[in-house]
Design a protein. Structure first.
Length: 246
């Protein structure tokens, strides 16, 4: 396994903390969400330090346990009445701003590529254009909520684009991990995400970004045409107990 400089670990650790903080800001009951996130971070960190995820050749591949449970939880949120109430209460402006974390993530991935931890295809020099969402998130936040200029159609299009870019890198990253499912990146496989703290990318940061897009799309499709303007003006959103202001 390659070794990475401390500064990459620190930058990624702070990026993970930022993603968790921004998501908690989007909820109207942040305390239980924070406890869940901290518990999952600790569990995945402890399991990773044992070397569990570095064992290749198992079926199902052990790295599936990084992304599998969060995806199942996201599915449960959409499938249950209590979960849909939680989704309805998420602040769309905070969900939009959360995507700024994709900028430092892409810079960290580039650094990991330089140090032999991920293949080139996982960076913006390869097949990963996720950096576009990190760069545009502040502008979309401003135009969609702080000084509303964008309507539902523009916000929906931006979220759909971001979801597509995220799914693209998720598939490419999964198929570059050493496992029976590996399809590319054999010369320099995706091994960094199997080490601490970068294991939090597939287990925490990616699921939060995925949920932010899916929840925003669901809200945009379900709510009235006044949705963005109402959020920016600080009026209460259906299903929340606080104004949707930054």
């Amino acid at each position: 396994m390659p070794h990475f400089p401390l500064f990459l670990s620190l930058i990624f650790g702070l990026t993970t903390a930022l993603a968790g903080w921004l998501f908690c800001r989007a909820t109207h009951r942040p305390a239980p969400v924070l406890r869940l996130l901290l518990g999952w971070l600790l569990v995945q960190g402890a399991v990773t330090l044992t070397g569990f995820y570095t064992v290749a050749g198992t079926l199902p591949p052990r790295p599936a346990l990084l992304i599998g449970p969060p995806v199942l939880l996201i599915g449960a949120l959409f499938a249950t009445a209590a979960g849909r109430r939680f989704l309805a209460g998420l602040r769309p402006d905070a969900l939009t701003l959360l995507h700024v974390v994709r900028l430092p993530v892409e810079l960290v991935l580039l650094g990991l590529y330089w140090y032999g931890g991920v293949p080139r295809l996982m960076t913006f020099e390869g097949r990963n254009w996720d950096i576009l969402m990190g760069l545009t998130a502040p502008l979309v936040y401003y135009l969609g909520f702080r000084r509303p200029r964008w309507g539902r159609s523009a916000l929906l299009a931006w979220n759909l684009l971001g979801l597509g870019l995220l799914l693209n890198i998720m598939v490419n990253a999964l198929l570059a991990v050493p496992s029976p499912w590996q399809r590319w990146g054999f010369e320099q496989p995706n091994v960094a995400v199997l080490q601490f703290p970068f294991v939090w990318l597939p287990s925490v940061v990616v699921p939060l970004v995925l949920l932010a897009h899916l929840a925003a799309i669901w809200q945009l499709l379900a709510r009235s045409s006044s949705y963005p303007a109402a959020s920016a003006a600080g009026s209460e959103q259906p299903g929340t107990d606080q104004p949707a202001t930054a």
